[in-house]
Ligand binder design. Structure first.
Ligand SMILES: *[C@@H]1O[C@H](CO)[C@@H](O)[C@H](O)[C@H]1NC(C)=O
Ligand SMILES: *[C@@H]1O[C@H](CO)[C@@H](O)[C@H](O)[C@H]1NC(C)=O
Ligand SMILES: *[C@@H]1O[C@H](CO)[C@@H](O)[C@H](O)[C@H]1NC(C)=O
Ligand SMILES: *[C@@H]1O[C@H](CO)[C@@H](O)[C@H](O)[C@H]1NC(C)=O
Length: 441
């Protein structure tokens, strides 16, 4: 079974590299999209109720709208901003605007984009929940993803553009976005929540540029992929590192900017295999997976990364050291004055940090998270999601993610009272309640 899954992943990877070369650009609003829409309009499903038809239409629409259009569609005030980093990358930020409210920056994980925080819609996704609780929500996009493929002097067609990892995202992208948000809003500090690599790069920033600790009120760390000693046994990671070993010296710079839509949606069976392939990486949990929404996921993922980001993760998994990118020992000597890069010093991360993690997260083992917590400078608490099957993507995608996870975050943020029973009540905020400074329900 494992073997079979591994094979599928390699096939998918191969396909994705292939599509990658065709430079398919997916951002909403391109011409072929409309053609496609017309074609598909004819397909209809028999015995469909009005609600089902509406839902199907919504799902189709949501899978091709860009993040700002998606936000606007659901009745929130959307904005698009561009931020230029010190090293010239031009990043897109999305905003669910709430003028004068406390800014809250959300930063996505690997192969994701700002879409990750809105993709499941206003009744599920975190960005809307925070907007409902009167935050001014800003969504970052790391260099290289589909919204941040621009530079003052480099072109994404040049390999030089792709010479970065999450180290640079932490060193340049996050500081630029934080400074930008504070400048536009006039606030001195913001809240930050990261998923996976959104945590990794945040800790890089705070340890390498400690003055940024002062600009962040709190860090809500969802599935922080930081220490990864336990991930080494992960069968897919082994497959991916084999894949990279077979590519030594190749010209691959960019990955996962392809489309799985066509392959995955060919038949029921290919769709199921695609979902299993995702589960193979992030942990298997059919219970919380909303299969109806899979087309929307396929429309927004994967959003594109530099191959170096993936290689860097593989390095920390293999070496067991949370450290900058390792080159040949000569180059390391030159760059770091040592044959290996020095570890990031997590004790310099003094932002009050609350950590959320889960037992079925194949990319982020609870033991690794706990040893990370021991090393971070200011952990104010941690929350192990009390659902055994909860996986790495359930932090964004789970059907009941609000009840299982975000409710706890609202308590940590002081927006909901702590529950003495520890048993979660469902969070319900009506749209009408927005903007009225909801502090408790
Ligand atoms: C959100 O949930 C409410 C109540 O359950 C429902 O009326 C509404 O249609 C839902 N909105 C969306 C966009 O699914
Ligand atoms: C890239 O940024 C430049 C500004 O430096 C702008 O003129 C150009 O339109 C941008 N290109 C894209 C594709 O957004
Ligand atoms: C990490 O930072 C702390 C606090 O400044 C310092 O005491 C410690 O020596 C540093 N550790 C390393 C390995 O540099
Ligand atoms: C940790 O955060 C608290 C705020 O929750 C702050 O008062 C304290 O100074 C921080 N500790 C360190 C070591 O920075």
């Amino acid at each position: 079974m494992r073997q079979k899954l591994k094979l599928h992943l390699i096939l998918l990877l191969g396909l994705c590299v292939f599509i990658n070369r065709t430079h398919a650009q997916l951002i909403g609003g391109d011409e072929d999209e409309e053609e496609e829409e017309e074609e598909e309009e004819e397909e209809s499903v028999e015995d469909e109720t009005f609600e089902e038809k509406l839902q199907r239409k919504n799902i189709k629409q949501d899978s091709s709208l860009s993040v700002d259009k998606l936000i606007a569609k659901y009745g929130y005030e959307a904005e698009v901003h561009h931020v230029t980093t010190e090293d010239g990358y031009i990043l897109t930020m999305h905003r669910i605007r709430s003028q004068g409210s406390q800014p809250f920056l959300l930063q996505h994980g690997l192969v994701d984009s700002s879409a990750g925080f809105v993709v499941m819609g206003p009744n599920v996704s975190l960005a809307y929940l925070l907007a409902d609780h009167n935050y001014d929500v800003w969504l970052g996009n790391a260099r290289g993803n589909r919204y941040s493929r621009n530079h003052t002097s480099l072109d994404p067609d040049e390999s030089k553009f792709w010479d970065f990892s999450w180290h640079e995202i932490g060193m340049y992208d996050l500081p630029a976005m934080i400074d930008y948000v504070l400048k536009v809003t006039g606030f001195k500090r913001l809240h930050y929540a990261g998923h996976s690599q959104g945590c990794t790069s945040f800790f890089v920033m705070c340890s390498m540029r400690p003055t940024y600790n002062e600009k962040v009120i709190s860090m809500q760390a969802l599935a922080p992929a930081v220490y990864a000693k336990e991930t080494e046994d992960h069968p897919y990671i082994r497959a991916i590192s084999l894949y990279f070993n077979s590519l030594v010296g190749s010209s691959i710079r960019e990955m996962f900017n392809g489309e799985f839509r066509f392959l995955c949606r060919m038949t029921e069976e290919t769709e199921r295999l695609c979902i299993e392939a995702v589960f193979g990486i992030v942990g298997r949990n059919w219970n919380e997976f909303n299969r109806k929404m899979f087309p929307v996921i396929l429309g927004h993922y994967p959003a594109g990364v530099a191959a170096k980001q993936v290689k860097h993760f593989i390095q920390i998994i293999k070496s067991g050291r949370f450290a900058p990118y390792s080159y040949s020992s000569n180059k390391n000597m030159l760059l770091y004055r040592d044959h290996q890069p020095p570890r990031y010093n997590l004790s310099l991360v003094t932002v009050p940090t609350f950590v959320y993690y889960s037992t079925n997260d194949l990319l982020c083992h609870p033991r690794d998270v706990e040893s990370m917590c021991d090393d971070l400078g200011n952990v104010t608490g941690k929350y192990l999601v009390p659902v055994k099957e909860f996986n790495h993507m359930d932090f964004l995608w789970a059907i009941d993610v609000r009840k299982m996870l975000y409710q706890r975050m609202l308590q940590v943020l002081g927006k909901l009272p702590e529950d003495p029973q520890g048993e979660g009540r469902a969070v319900r905020v009506s749209r009408g309640a927005r903007g009225r400074g909801l502090h408790a329900i």
